[in-house]
Design a protein around this ligand. Structure first.
Ligand SMILES: *[C@@H]1O[C@H](CO)[C@@H](O)[C@H](O)[C@H]1NC(C)=O
Ligand SMILES: *[C@@H]1O[C@H](CO)[C@@H](O)[C@H](O)[C@H]1NC(C)=O
Ligand SMILES: *[C@@H]1O[C@H](CO)[C@@H](O)[C@H](O)[C@H]1NC(C)=O
Ligand SMILES: *[C@@H]1O[C@H](CO)[C@@H](O)[C@H](O)[C@H]1NC(C)=O
Ligand SMILES: *[C@@H]1O[C@H](CO)[C@@H](O)[C@H](O)[C@H]1NC(C)=O
Ligand SMILES: *[C@@H]1O[C@H](CO)[C@@H](O)[C@H](O)[C@H]1NC(C)=O
Ligand SMILES: *[C@@H]1O[C@H](CO)[C@@H](O)[C@H](O)[C@H]1NC(C)=O
Ligand SMILES: *[C@@H]1O[C@H](CO)[C@@H](O)[C@H](O)[C@H]1NC(C)=O
Ligand SMILES: *[C@@H]1O[C@H](CO)[C@@H](O)[C@H](O)[C@H]1NC(C)=O
Length: 295
């Protein structure tokens, strides 16, 4: 009895493994055979890549059907093999939608690709560290699934479009190291899901921090340094109680540092300098900042 059981077990395992391989290859075969990218999105993507003179890396086949291979498996968009890269939602296998797009540090040159308006399901857009010029388009406000919008380290000019304030799922907004002009749109205060904003070194971006920013209570990281912001450091910053990293140096803010800063008990980094009248600041607020390691 015992002998038969032990001898039949390996066979059982072999059959199981064989079965698994057969069904896995069927699944892979079926995915290969059946996923189809939404035709308008496929055309838009190919147009963008062609204009920028970039192509998918070897491991990702964009010929005909960009929503294939690495774009539809478990590979993360942060994986270097996906640069340029996309991820797709193939819930409907015959109509896959592009949900993530990354063109990162590939030295592409030219205006913001208008074709991106076609990707209506986009939740992640990263175009950082290129030579993109011209204005940032208003249609971004229509991509209301965006959670991450990152266009830093380019050469964009003109205003920061107020339409970005319509992206109510946005948690990360990064447009630093560009050459914007004008004010911070008060509409950005509507981004109540926002946790991280990198708006540093934006050229001639100026004016006050809009009072609507008082509503950004999920803020954890704000880099606003090296702009031309003015006005009093607002009291409402005390309502950003989740803040861990706040950088304001290199602007023209007026002191003193408001005592409401004492509510920011989770801060680990606080960089402020170049305050006019900053010497009148009381540093009493620091005593509650148990996590502060860089001031
Ligand atoms: C890429 O996809 C096209 C269209 O589906 C197919 O004809 C071609 O053989 C594929 N190339 C590679 C290298 O997989
Ligand atoms: C999937 O997409 C195709 C093509 O757009 C469409 O005809 C079909 O109705 C969709 N299927 C479902 C279940 O939505
Ligand atoms: C946003 O979408 C609406 C409705 O589809 C359209 O009318 C409008 O032109 C779009 N806005 C931009 C700036 O593309
Ligand atoms: C920023 O734009 C202004 C014109 O608006 C231009 O004079 C300046 O050279 C630009 N700076 C950079 C760093 O591109
Ligand atoms: C967003 O904020 C602006 C200014 O702060 C306000 O006028 C506008 O009504 C808000 N829009 C929405 C959709 O909440
Ligand atoms: C910053 O603001 C000051 C005072 O308004 C102005 O003189 C200066 O030219 C501005 N700097 C930039 C880069 O716009
Ligand atoms: C914060 O949001 C509420 C609700 O949307 C709004 O009524 C209020 O005006 C906003 N506060 C500021 C300072 O914009
Ligand atoms: C402060 O940090 C602690 C530990 O990370 C966290 O549990 C708490 O929720 C934070 N407080 C706020 C207001 O975010
Ligand atoms: C500087 O701060 C002191 C104390 O808060 C205040 O009395 C004074 O008016 C301020 N000066 C300027 C120029 O803002």
């Amino acid at each position: 009895m015992l002998k038969r059981r032990t001898s039949s077990r390996p066979l059982h395992h072999v059959l199981l493994v064989f079965g698994a391989i057969v069904s896995l290859s069927c699944l892979v075969g079926r995915l290969d055979a059946q996923t189809t990218t939404n035709p308008s999105e496929a055309t838009a993507l190919n147009t963008i890549f062609q204009r920028f003179g970039i192509r998918a890396t070897q491991s990702w086949n964009t010929t005909g059907n960009p929503c294939s291979g690495l774009a539809i498996d478990a590979t993360d968009i942060d994986d270097p093999r996906l640069n340029p890269g996309i991820k797709c939602d193939c819930t409907n296998q015959t109509n896959c939608h592009i949900i993530r797009l990354k063109i990162y540090a590939l030295d592409v040159v030219g205006p913001f690709p208008n074709e991106i308006a076609t990707f209506t399901k986009l939740n992640f857009l990263k175009l950082d560290q290129n030579y993109l010029t011209g204005t940032v388009p208003k249609f971004l406000g229509n991509l209301t699934n965006l959670i991450v919008l990152s266009i830093a380290h380019n050469a964009f000019t003109g205003p920061v479009p107020k339409e970005i304030g319509l992206l109510n799922k946005l948690t990360v907004l990064s447009f630093g190291h560009n050459n914007f002009t004008g004010l911070l749109p008060p509409e950005l205060g509507n981004l109540t899901a926002l946790e991280q904003a990198y708006i540093n070194s934006c050229g001639a971006l100026s004016g006050e921090i809009p009072s609507s920013f008082a509503n950004l209570t999920k803020f954890k990281i704000l880099w606003a340094m090296d702009n031309n912001f003015t006005g009093k450091l607002p009291d409402f910053i005390g309502s950003w109680t989740s803040m861990t990293d706040l950088r304001f140096q290199g602007n023209s803010f007026q002191g003193p540092i408001p005592s409401s800063f004492s509510r920011l008990t989770n801060l680990s980094t606080l960089w402020i300098s170049d305050l006019t009248n900053g010497s009148s600041s009381s540093f009493d607020f620091i005593k509650n900042m148990k996590s502060l390691s860089s001031l």
